[in-house]
Structures are given as structure tokens and as C-alpha cells.
Design a protein around this ligand. Sequence first.
Ligand SMILES: *[C@@H]1O[C@H](CO)[C@@H](O)[C@H](O)[C@H]1NC(C)=O
Ligand SMILES: *[C@@H]1O[C@H](CO)[C@@H](O)[C@H](O)[C@H]1NC(C)=O
Length: 271
Amino acid sequence: MMEYIGATGAQVTFNSVPIEEGIDFHFILGFAIDADASGNAQNGKFSAYWAESLTPESVAAIKARHTNVKVLASLSGWSLHDKVLRWYDPKDTHLWISNAFSSLRSLALTYHLDGIDIDYEVFPRNKNYTSFAYCVGELITLLKKHSVISVATIAPYHLTVEAYMELFKGYNNVIDYVNHQFYTDKVLTPQRYLEDFNIRVTQFDRNKLLPSYEVNGRGIQGDAFFGTLNLLQENGFEVGGIMIFSADASSSNNYYYERRSQAFLLNSTAT
Ligand SMILES: *[C@@H]1O[C@H](CO)[C@@H](O)[C@H](O)[C@H]1NC(C)=O
Ligand SMILES: *[C@@H]1O[C@H](CO)[C@@H](O)[C@H](O)[C@H]1NC(C)=O
């Protein structure tokens, strides 16, 4: 289970999110950003910009209460306040990687993090993803090699798939899950979702690709999402995980989608 949290500025907490034992439950903090408070890039020095209510103490507490919980920091996201964030090719890639490694190691120690998620959403117009794939791939490799993190995920959406395919091609061995943002593909029925899933599995690894749902958002909505999960299974896909964006919106419906998703996952692993 993958659950984004803390990206909207709402003072959310981990406590109210239902967590089933027997599920690897990953909270993904939104976001750690390579920028100062005004949004100026810092050459790989990441800072925490998720909701201030998600403190290091609260991460330690939720992990102590549920040993199946892991906590990841998502890198970048769409914007900081009103400023749209973008990947930029660093002048000195080794310096960027070294800065990113140090700053993320420090965040990981402070916040008891288990991993990172990659969520750059805007890229240079020249569509040259060489530098992105290299810097981010080497960063993940280094963080894993030094046991700073144990989990790494990526979050492509329909306009960024090519950049993430290049990253995945080179660094598949250190990427654990693909949180493709299916809701950005705006498929509205289980059948169309299945067709879309069939396309995305050819771009990434079918065993790492997770179906996803945006609460009060784009794409398929309501119980049709669970119809989709059944349809995926009927078509031979093992649905081993689900990504939801996000806990910030779910508090208003008592975490209906988190509850049903976990029930689905427990049921499908049991049978
Ligand atoms: C893409 O970028 C890399 C490094 O930034 C550079 O070495 C390469 O020549 C570029 N490729 C093209 C086709 O421009
Ligand atoms: C559990 O799995 C069975 C068999 O696949 C299915 O018939 C049933 O509807 C599932 N229940 C839930 C709650 O998903």
C-alpha cells in the first residue's frame, strides 16, 4: 500500500489513517524539494516541505505502533507554493548527486525515513533525459548502497513517462515500485483502465507497476475503482499493491478507499 500524505498544506496526521497488519504500508511524504523557501534551486540540497504536523516524533510513533509501516519522502512534486518546480540539468552532476545524498541522508536520519519516491513532473523542453536518469539513478543507487534507504519508488504521469522509462531502463534494479499516476490518464471505466494498464506494463515492469487512485480527483472515481482491480486480476495481473493520492483528502470520507484497498489486498493475497 502506498499513501501520499502532507502535500496539500492540511495539518494531517498519521494517526487517523487505518493501517491493516499484514500489509506493507508506505506513507509517502509530499514533498522533499531541492529549493529554498522561495523556490530557488539549491543544486541538490533537499529540504522538507511536507505538512509541519508530520514531525520526526510522529513518524517514529507510527512506526513503533505498526511495524509494517515504512515512510518515504517524495522528491519534488508539482510546485512549492505558487512556483512550479522543474527538473534542471545540473552543471556538475557529481556535485548535485553528492549534495542530494547528504541532504537526504540527513532528512532520513531526522525523520526515520525508509525510502524515497521520485516525483519530478516538469522537464526541459529538449526531451533529453540523460542527466535526469543518471543523477537520480545514481542517487538511489548510492542511498541504497549505504543503507540510508531500503525502498525506492517512481511516480510517472502521462506527460513524464519517457523520462521515467529512461530512468527505469538504467536503474530498474534499484527501483522497487512504479506509482504511475493513472488518474492523469483520465480513464473513467474499468475496461479503459485495463487497456491503459496493458500499455503501462510494456513501459515498466508488470510486477512493479501499481494501480492508483486519486481521492476526489481525476480519472476513475468511486467503487468502479474496485471493479477495475477485479478486472485486472481476471486478466492475469497480480495486484500486489495500490497507490492512493492522498490521505489529505481521505480524512473527509473516513478513509473509505484506504480501507477497501487494504481489504482487497488482504483478500487477494489470502486466496
Ligand atoms: C543529452 O544530454 C547529455 C548530458 O547532459 C549529453 O551528453 C548528450 O549529448 C545529450 N544528447 C543529445 C541528443 O543532445
Ligand atoms: C475476496 O475474494 C473472493 C475470491 O476472489 C471474491 O469473490 C470476494 O468478492 C472478495 N472479497 C472482497 C472483500 O474483495
